[in-house]
Design a binder for this molecule. Structure first.
Ligand code: SF4
Length: 363
């Protein structure tokens, strides 16, 4: 499997906590120039055969629908639609127009991901979001009305400083009532990169969120992702299972395989440089077996099924046993467990994932 990620770095306004690269100063002309450069660069990777596509941001739904239509028509001259197993587009409620959704329908978008975060207007305002609960309800209705065959993901945020847990869990209940197929649940403090308030949360609601979703038929398949049966995101699993993806756009990152090595690179975080002379930053080649194994474990442990020990042993032979011996402390302290043939996190490990990942990386 190979994934294509296209980054749209435009947002109507910046949310208070945002850790993503996006700008709120833009116009139609800039968007068009940016999308043309995306097409030019995809053209350079014409030997790549993509199986999934993901248009994220930023806020893709700020793209005027005619510009989006033109962009997709050029894109599908480069990419064969019949090979695409999943095509996701992100959107925000305040900018998701019916015209935009009809364009998604015309290009067989199979998954829409809406950034709701909360269903409480006061919390939305506090987060710096510019949509309302009512706009979220309308956006969901419109997705269902127009994209009748598409799956729907709703983003939800918990552990928000100064917001009590009951308010947060009520929002989660309301989001479940909207009947999506998939929910991504992110901790404000740990997942948003909003460091200044990182230590304000003393305890996390993660397990309450997880258990509530599980009782409502959303199975956790990755630490932050919950899906009804058959609706796990194919594209996102590419990241966690170390398969190849090409990220195109300002600040977008890629990982491609070359002779068993992992080659990673990112485009610079600058819209104008991306349009004029896109350049690569953070170029890195991972060669060393120790780092490859650590990456396999660190990413794989995010998944419910964890890491298949036989598979990694086939790849790294007796080095795996030595490595697992060094992880003994993580087993002793109940962060890791062996389930059947797999190495997985315990619930305690889920709560302390950052610690587990750091421990493994420093071995
Ligand atoms: S909408 Fe998303 S990408 Fe845009 S500013 Fe808010 S959090 Fe950041």
């Amino acid at each position: 499997m190979k994934g294509l990620y296209i980054h749209i770095p435009f947002c109507k306004s910046k949310c208070k906590y945002c850790g993503f690269f996006s700008k709120s100063e833009y116009d139609d002309d800039l968007i068009e120039k940016y999308l043309n450069q995306v097409i030019n660069l995809i053209d350079k990777f014409d030997d790549f055969e993509f199986h999934t596509m993901y248009v994220g941001g930023g806020t893709p739904s700020v793209i005027p629908y005619k510009i989006l239509d033109n962009f997709f028509s050029k894109l599908f001259k480069k990419i064969s639609p019949e090979r695409i197993a999943e095509f996701t587009v992100e959107a925000n409620p305040e900018s998701l127009s019916e015209d935009f959704l009809y364009v998604l329908k015309n290009y067989n978008v199979s998954r829409v991901s809406l950034g709701l975060q909360s269903m409480d207007d006061r919390v939305l305002k506090y987060l710096g979001r510019i949509h309302s609960r009512e706009q979220s309800v309308i956006a969901v209705k419109n997705v269902r009305k127009i994209l009748t065959d598409a799956a729907l993901n709703l983003d939800f945020m918990y552990d928000i400083p100064k917001v009590d847990e009951s308010t947060i869990l009520k929002s989660l209940k309301d989001i479940v009532k909207l009947n999506p197929e998939h929910i991504s649940a992110y901790s404000y403090s740990f997942d948003t990169d909003f460091l200044s308030e990182k230590y304000e949360v003393q305890k996390t609601s993660y397990l309450k969120v997880k258990h509530f979703l599980e009782r409502n038929n959303f199975k956790k398949y990755e630490i932050s992702n919950f899906a009804k049966n058959g609706f796990e995101s194919v594209h996102n699993k590419i990241y966690w299972t170390m398969q190849e993806y090409l990220g195109v756009g300002a600040a977008a990152s890629s990982m491609i395989l070359y002779n068993g090595k992992r080659v990673r690179f990112s485009f610079a975080k600058n819209i104008f440089s991306f349009i004029n002379t896109p350049y690569i930053t953070d170029f890195e080649i991972v060669l060393d077996w120790g780092e490859l194994l650590k990456e396999d474990l660190i990413f794989g442990l995010r998944m419910l099924d964890g890491v298949n020990i036989k598979k990694v042993t086939d790849r790294y032979a007796d080095k795996v046993e030595n490595f697992l011996e060094k992880c003994d402390k993580l087993f002793q302290e109940n962060f890791l467990q062996i389930k059947g043939e797999n190495l997985c996190l315990t619930e305690k490990g889920e709560l302390f994932l950052d610690y587990v990942q750091q421990f493994l990386w420093e071995l």
